[in-house]
Ligand binder design. Sequence first.
Ligand SMILES: NC(=O)c1ccc[n+]([C@@H]2O[C@H](COP(=O)([O-])OP(=O)(O)OC[C@H]3O[C@@H](n4cnc5c(N)ncnc54)[C@H](OP(=O)(O)O)[C@@H]3O)[C@@H](O)[C@H]2O)c1
Length: 373
Amino acid sequence: MKIGLLGFGVVGQGVYDLIASREDMSVVKVLCRKDVSLPGVQVTKDFNDILNDSDIDTVVEAIGGLHPAYEFVKAAIEAGKNVVTANKALVATFYDELIPLAKEKGLCFRCTAAVGGGIGWLSELERARRIQTIEKVGGIMNGTCNYILDSMTRLGFDYTNALKQAQELGYAEADPTTDVEGIDTWHKAILSSNVAFGICLDSATVPVAGISRIQATDVENFKAHGLVCKLISTGMFTKGKVSAYVQPTLVKFGEPESAVPANYNLITFVGSASGRMSFYGQGAGRYPTAYNVVQDCADVLLDKGFYSPCGEKVKAENTDFMRYYVRGEKDSWLEENTAETWGTAIISKPISVEAMHVWLKNHPEAFIAALAE
Ligand SMILES: NC(=O)c1ccc[n+]([C@@H]2O[C@H](COP(=O)([O-])OP(=O)(O)OC[C@H]3O[C@@H](n4cnc5c(N)ncnc54)[C@H](OP(=O)(O)O)[C@@H]3O)[C@@H](O)[C@H]2O)c1
């Protein structure tokens, strides 16, 4: 396999290092804006040098973001090259275009590192769904949020200090918005649901609430009730209906999710035959992530296509009812739906996920967390 590697950052360099000692694949060209010198490899600033190289059969995309990653990946597929990427935003956003295009061209498209970084989650889902119906997917998919919530729960940090510490340790970006507002988890939830259920979720119907408005007093409240807050994604397939959402969720001490420390991930599927299966590990980092990118390249050598068929476009129907912890804003609707109060916060009567998230959109200063039943 001859690889054109796009991007030479955290993941790109890791991929380069892991492939360097292999005999079955080699990186022959690298797209990099900086001046770097790599033995035996052509480093270029022009993507066309890779696109027009007929010796290159596989493009590994590790630049991230939507553009120009989308244009590069689409052009690579159209030129007959297999694609491996770790870019969840790209795959979740252009799913119904890129997956069918690769299939139509008879090419492989793999993105295992896009969800769970070093955890082989999507490749395991691919195997799991071969012999059973997947009923539920989700869990803790973002190490930055888990690090912040864990520091607040175990070490008593407030949100600002927990975030600062995560940034100092390299677990959070200088601009943490994508992580703390749940967008990263949202992309992973959409991608996981698509693969698990063989559908293409309409992302506009998948609501997301992040953790940026959580306060130390909320965490004290949760502890007093034997609960731990985690950012949890959910995708469910029940009686032909799909529901999907991302929200802070209160789990009981003793549940597996409550014990996930630091920047780790815990991702779970429930299958009709296997029951609950959970996957725990490093959701990010140079070599854990590069490990799964190289695993994908090895799967391309075995001619493995995408993990599941790109099914029809489906709207999530989030009609499941649950109780919510709500703090920060009130109105008559919330008062009507209040079951009890916890300090300045309320616990709602059971309300639909959809109704809660519509309310949150209109009350952006509020913090909500679902009570896992
Ligand atoms: N890091 C992780 O642990 C991890 C885990 C799972 C998935 N991922 C995914 O992996 C992808 C890469 O992440 P990363 O952490 O490796 O990011 P990164 O360290 O920022 O690396 C991205 C590299 O791409 C280069 N780049 C950006 N646009 C380019 C362009 N137009 N032409 C050429 N080079 C360009 C950047 O170059 P400049 O330095 O010149 O800007 C940078 O070196 C993302 O999709 C991310 O979501 C990362």
